[in-house]
Design a protein around this ligand. Structure first.
Ligand SMILES: [Ca+2]
Ligand SMILES: [Ca+2]
Ligand SMILES: [Ca+2]
Ligand SMILES: [Ca+2]
Length: 402
């Protein structure tokens, strides 16, 4: 967690006056009566009572952690499962250290095959134990896997990487590294394993065909349906994550690149990126499990209204007009500036998705990209800057990051 969000700042302001971390009442946080507890669970500091009235054999604040395991059994937002909100001066996660969430993506390497490194590159630094109870039940990544859409095999090594920059203009959104997944190569020109996005030779003989998630692939409304139900040359980062007990949503940033622009815009060959979330938080079935889509509810692809890094043109199918207000600078040096004509290739630039979760639950999130209908032109997705937030959202939202 590298940049504190506005939501966390608001949260910090609201919790700052109930910063009691010891059962013996040592220290007297501002707004607290010295007893050190805030039994009504209101972080505003009302209703403090004498801790000697708490039952030492119960979970007095109902946060899932017994008195013995909970350094503040009068505040459900403070316990060993919480995210230690940076800068609030509170040891939110009861590990004895104030504001100590770690940084972890400084020394990652491009060619890592350790999926936990990809969680770190995304900004998820903590590892959590499956089935942990009591004090050991912290938030964190329970498992991480690099796989295919049907979770059957490790994709080719060139299809995933941890990059410190993407071309000359695109930098990570948080920390030093970002995750890149590609149907072709997650490499830029000059790096070992790089293949041109328009290169059809490497994959055409042995396309890696797998079953996509239920309800996929699909296309933008008004554009032709995919030719088949196969996901070709897929690569997936699949994470199981225990959510902090004080988080109600998360955000992450992504940037979609494709060489389908513009010749195959609004065609059946529209490559697919999805982030499939399994959570106890409600998600309308119409989204097909996906939480990243454009303002019209269409999946993120070459037809998305977020597609703005390109050379202006009109698609031959569907008559989609592309104004390309962000120009081509973010294609430079990525390999997606190396088309058969100056009009080929494009990207969305950085976008941010927010989705709700249930505090303390285990979620599964799978970031997926695959070739749709064939395997000839390649696409890539950049992922970075995972952050937890104390505020929920009624529906998943994708927009330009603030
Ligand atoms: Ca408790
Ligand atoms: Ca508590
Ligand atoms: Ca701590
Ligand atoms: Ca803190």
């Amino acid at each position: 967690m590298r940049v504190r969000s506005l939501a966390w700042l608001l949260f910090v302001l609201s919790i700052g006056c109930s910063a009691a971390n010891s059962k013996d009442g040592g220290g007297t946080p501002a707004g607290d009566d010295g007893g050190g507890f805030n039994l009504d669970g209101d972080p505003g500091g009302f209703g403090d009572v004498d801790p000697s009235t708490l039952d030492p054999f119960k979970d007095n604040d109902g946060d899932g952690y017994l008195f013995a395991d909970d350094c503040h059994d009068g505040n459900p937002l403070i316990n060993p499962g919480a995210y230690d909100v940076p800068g609030d001066g509170v040891d939110n996660d009861c590990n004895g250290k104030v504001d100590d969430e770690e940084q972890c993506d400084e020394s990652l390497v491009l060619t890592s095959t350790n999926a936990m490194d990809f969680a770190r590159g995304l900004g998820l630094c903590r590892v959590a134990k499956a089935g942990a109870t009591g004090k050991d039940k912290t938030w964190g990544v329970v498992s991480a896997k690099l796989t295919t859409t049907d979770d059957s095999k490790l994709p080719a090594a060139r299809q995933f990487g941890l990059q410190q920059q993407w071309g000359t203009a695109v930098k990570p959104r948080g920390g030093k590294n970002m995750v890149v997944l590609s149907t072709g190569s997650a490499r830029t020109p000059g790096q070992t394993g790089y293949m041109k996005p328009l290169n059809i030779l490497l994959t055409s003989n042995t396309p890696n065909k797998t079953t996509p998630p239920p309800g996929w692939p699909r296309n933008t409304a008004g554009c032709p349906a995919p030719l088949n139900k196969t996901a070709n040359d897929s690569v997936v980062l699949k994470l199981t994550v225990r959510v902090p007990t004080n988080a109600k949503s998360f955000t992450f940033d992504f940037d979609f690149y494709t060489s389908e622009y513009i010749e195959y815009s609004c065609s059946p060959y529209n490559d697919t990126y999805v982030a499939i979330l399994k959570s106890k938080a409600p998600l309308d079935a119409k989204w097909g499990g996906n939480i990243s889509f454009d303002t019209k509810g269409n999946p993120i692809n070459v037809n998305s209204d977020f597609f703005q890094v390109c050379t202006p043109g009109t698609s031959s199918t569907g008559g989609i007009k592309y104004a390309c207000p962000m120009g081509r600078a973010e294609l430079k040096g990525t390999g997606y500036d190396d088309g058969s004509g100056d009009d080929q290739h494009g990207a969305t630039s950085w976008l941010q998705t927010r989705a709700s979760v249930v505090p303390g639950e285990e979620i599964e999130i799978s970031f997926m990209i695959w070739n749709t209908s064939d395997w000839l032109l390649q696409s890539a997705i950049l992922l970075d800057n995972w952050q937890w937030s104390a505020e929920g959202t009624t529906v998943p939202v994708t927009d330009r990051p603030k």
